[in-house]
Design a protein around this ligand. Structure first.
Ligand code: HEM
Length: 227
């Protein structure tokens, strides 16, 4: 087997793949949230649709998007593999985490991750698929010389349903727990373990894992209440 094959198959290699893919997803979430905050503007979707148009027509962003889909799959597959590998190597995953005195959220990383994966599939079905299939309505926007896809409409419709609002809010709570452990653990797996910087990384991770899910959860709540 090649050096790369051996590395990817090794426990440490798998952990590094988890960390790097996780960090990429952490950056994506921040950018995705900033873009989606356009939904909070009371302008009938003009800002959000213009943002959506930019995101779907920029060649560089298209490449990043494909990297993102692959990264989500790698992170999910590798996480599942690691979970079962640890479980079969040391009895049950629960026992291992309890004995090492880790935060309780770390014990359920696989479970939270699986729920988030299902959330992403439902989420992509609700918004992204319509965009990719070209079935969205077209709207005219001031400053554009041609109509653009109305991505705001499916968001407005989905978040008019209390069931979906609750689904998003609960999913964001689960995302918060997944990030709370995942953020600092990603740095640790990369070998970044420093007396001075590790507490800072943990602090930033905590703030990130609270603010990002709250930001996402606010959008459906706001859109449900403001109609
Ligand atoms: C209220 C919260 C959210 C809203 C309103 C929202 C909205 C959208 C919309 C409209 C799209 C299609 C347009 C685009 O690609 O930007 C999209 C794509 C996507 N969303 Fe979200 N999103 C939310 C939260 C999330 C969360 C929490 C995740 C991950 C855990 C996520 C993952 C994705 C992914 C992976 C895509 C595909 C991106 C791409 O094609 O480049 N979204 N979202």
């Amino acid at each position: 087997m090649s050096w790369a094959g051996k590395f990817i198959g090794s426990s440490i290699g798998q952990k590094i793949i988890m960390s790097l893919s996780g960090l990429f997803l952490i950056i994506f979430l921040l950018i995705h949230l900033i873009g989606n905050l356009q939904l909070l503007k009371s302008d009938g979707g003009i800002a959000f649709n213009s943002y959506g148009y930019f995101m779907t027509h920029n060649p560089l962003i298209k490449i990043v998007s494909y990297t993102l889909y692959i990264t989500i799959l790698i992170h999910a597959i590798q996480g599942t593999k690691l979970f079962f590998r640890n479980r079969s190597a040391k009895g049950t995953g629960y026992a291992v985490a309890t004995n090492t005195g880790q935060h309780w959220a770390s014990r359920y990383m696989m479970h939270f991750g699986a729920i988030i994966f299902v959330f992403i599939l439902i989420h992509l079905y609700q918004f992204w698929l319509q965009m990719k299939m070209g079935t969205l309505e077209m709207v005219t926007v001031a400053g554009m010389d041609h109509p653009i896809a109305d991505l705001y409409k499916p968001c407005y419709e989905v978040f008019g349903n209390i069931g979906f609002v609750l689904f998003y809010v609960i999913s964001m709570a689960i995302l918060a727990f997944h990030l709370a452990h995942g953020f600092s653990s990603a740095f640790q797996s990369l070998g970044i373990n420093h007396k001075k910087y590790t507490p800072l990384i943990k602090f930033i991770g905590l703030i990130y894992s609270i603010l990002i899910p709250i930001g996402f959860a606010l959008i459906p709540i706001w859109m449900f209440l403001n109609r």
